[in-house]
Design a protein around this ligand. Sequence first.
Ligand code: FDA
Length: 409
Amino acid sequence: MWTFGPGRGQCGAMEQAAATEHYDAIVLGAGAAGMMAALTAGQRGRRVVVIDHADAPGKKILISGGGRCNFTNIGTVPDRFVSKNPHFAKSALGRYTAADFIALVDRHGIAWHEKTLGQLFCDGKAHQIVDMLAYEMRAGGVELRLGHRIESVTRDGEYVVIANGTRFTAASLVVATGGPAIPQIGATGYAYDLARQFGCKVVEPRPALVPLTLGGDALAFRGLAGVALDTVAKCGKAAFREASLLTHKGLSGPAILQISSYWRHGDSVAIDLLPERDATAALLEAKRMRPRTELRRVLADLLPDRLAGVVADALAMPGNMADQPNAKLEAAGRRLNGWDFTPNGTEGFAKAEVTVGGVDTAGMSSRTMEAKAAPGLYFVGEAVDVTGWLGGYNFQWAWASGWSAGLVL
Ligand code: FDA
């Protein structure tokens, strides 16, 4: 049964407190991971209810991939995920693969295409993925309770969830409430509260796949909003060759979103403005070939015009190329191949696609997602300290972790 608002038979406060519904498993959160866990368990014959405070399931799926849902990545391998324990995701990702999800999508006749870098998108709209998951949940007899505010979760032999005055009980509880990215559509950090309540640790959650903000010395770059260029962005050992975009607040674009998952306050991000090109060699060659040309004009042939001006100002090398000592050109070349920015922050959870950090995997089974501290309690999807790169990896983690839990509920 699919219900919005108060559960069945609910009308007055007295009746609400009295109503109890018993299931094999309660899933909190009707997002990607929660629906996958529920449909998997439901199709195994388990009685499952999914509870969500939103008025519709899968709201993040609907806004994902620019409305076309980048639902998986055919290049999914565990090293494309950030986690305190990089090995944790291997088991689930190895057992429920991109090919498994593609087979499901194909069974539903949903047309898709590969855009770039193994990223698969619907040809049509993202709601096709939500409709597919909803259909599969119905096929498994899963009940969905939308518009339900969770009042409490306790364990009294079984797990007891009170929501909208109804008492839901089950031996298994799956927490699939995601992370706090995009609170505007109902995202919360509720999973972390529940984790702590049941004795599980939480790795500090931070916004990820998020634009970085610039201040101080880099302010001049903020005047270049809209300029995009091919780059390699590096932070520590992580490096991404994709486009970077300058914004009114700082830096964005795929390369920056990717590197943001590795960035921490105080870190610098080195951006190669001329990837696969030796900038020093290019400048020395320009000195030989165009000695009477200003550096600014040479740069304008290498970089987008407006960026060339700001870079030339920052390099502060007046005069023609012939006036520039080789050592200075070499230093300028090194900067062009690794321009150091020290972001002063990120645009926060309001603009982040996902969360880095979450429920600590050290306290979980990598095969079933069950919490070691609380038998019968499972965490799946973004709530867990496993965060994928941009490009369909996060949904693949949601499907794989949800499926892994759904198999054992
Ligand atoms: P998800 O957030 O999907 O679901 C959590 C559910 O729990 C929601 O339905 C929410 O309402 C509910 N909930 C939360 N708190 C609750 C509470 N206290 N009580 C009751 N219910 C509660 N990934 C990808 O692989 N490809 C892509 O194209 C994109 N694109 C994209 C675009 C944008 C704009 C964003 C913000 C994110 C993406 N992502 C993405 C990331 C992807 O959306 C994300 O990783 C998954 O949705 C996570 O799935 P979960 O089921 O874990 O959480």
